[in-house]
Design a protein around this ligand. Structure first.
Ligand SMILES: [Cu+2]
Length: 349
């Protein structure tokens, strides 16, 4: 009994000493420690993210190409499949009608067929040429309506939200779930041509730069393989956020938020352009979407002042916060155990 008490007293004394030491450290070494922590985390954050080098021909237009760009989203793949299927249906119907016309021209002209037939009705033929087009149209309508429904399916509640704002003539990307920082994205200037954006570097000056007219100083970085809720608006006139290889195009209208889900299936850089005539430099506000695996996305988030990973973990400048948050834990535990004891008493009664 006495021994136990003594040990407890010693424990309390040790705890008190610990408190004093930490208080001393906080007062005298706090700022230096914070600075060191800040520098260290800034270092890791900077080391944790390097812009990705785009793959030539992927996520960008290619000279002389025809048709759609290769798709990197589920709706994009589905849409491209319908597009190619429809081309075949249209092509085969056109070919069939052309063959029928040629047969008529050759076999039923005045010279080859001087006495025309007086036939005016054929029940089976009439049923077939009515039913067959109906079946073809129904066959086209089912996947088409399904695609529309899939494109406008709202994002799940847990989806990451990114706010896209069109401006004359650049894009800004807000990350409300990651500490509400904002990224301003300007087109890179083109060497040997008039400067488009003052103070912005030239395309090709960094090893990760993509094509001219499409590469930007700050890309819109997104996590790969998960639904992202894109909320699109504009600050001045109507713009349009369009990235062909992600099957994404939605108008950016001032005073209104248009929302659609984006899922990028593969890490990479995907380029697009403003697709609503919005003024003198409409052609100089490209879009560059960089899709990264979650850990690299999180590292990118932490390179921004106030960057927070999914509203849970604080970024570098708020380093002392977890210690402060850890303090109330014992009290909470005590409360919990008291509550549990109360419950037990209640149950016993
Ligand atoms: Cu625009």
């Amino acid at each position: 009994m006495t021994v136990g008490k003594t040990v407890r007293n010693w424990g309390e004394a040790a705890k008190a000493f610990g408190w004093t030491v930490s208080a001393f450290a906080a007062v005298f070494g706090g700022s230096a420690a914070a600075r060191a922590a800040e520098a260290a985390s800034a270092g890791t954050a900077a080391a944790g993210y390097t812009p990705m080098k785009p793959t030539p021909g992927i996520g960008m237009p290619v000279p002389g190409a025809m048709g759609l760009q290769q798709q990197f989203s589920p709706t994009g793949e589905y849409g491209a499949w319908i597009h190619h299927g429809l081309l075949w249906v249209m092509g085969l119907i056109c070919l069939f009608v052309l063959i029928l016309l040629l047969v008529i021209v050759v076999r039923f002209n005045r010279r080859a067929n001087p006495v025309p037939s007086k036939t005016s009705h054929n029940t089976i033929l009439e049923v077939v040429w009515t039913l067959l087009p109906v079946l073809i149209l129904v066959g086209i309508a089912i996947p088409s309506i399904d695609l529309i429904a899939k494109q406008y399916k709202p994002a799940p509640k847990t989806a990451l939200t990114i706010k896209v704002t069109g401006n004359q003539w650049f894009w800004t990307y807000g990350y409300p779930d990651n500490g509400d920082f904002e990224v301003v994205s300007n087109m890179l200037n083109i060497p040997g041509q008039p400067v488009i954006n003052n103070g912005v570097r030239e395309v090709g000056s960094k090893p990760w730069d993509g094509p001219s007219h499409l590469e930007v100083d700050n890309r819109m970085v997104v996590p790969v393989g998960e639904p992202i809720r894109l909320q699109i608006t504009a600050a001045d006139v109507i713009h349009s956020f369009a990235v062909p290889s992600l099957w994404f195009k939605l108008d950016a209208v001032p005073g209104r938020i248009n929302e659609k889900v984006l899922v990028v299936e593969k890490p990479g850089v995907y380029y697009g352009q403003c697709s609503e005539l919005c003024g003198a430099k409409h052609g100089y506000m490209p879009i560059a979407v960089e899709a990264l695996p979650r850990p690299q996305y999180d590292a990118w988030v932490l390179t921004h002042a106030g960057g927070v990973i999914d509203s849970r973990v604080k970024a570098a400048p708020a380093a002392p916060a977890p210690a402060a948050a850890a303090e109330p834990a014992p009290a909470a535990t005590a409360e919990a155990s008291q509550a549990a004891a109360g419950d037990a008493t209640a149950a016993a009664e």
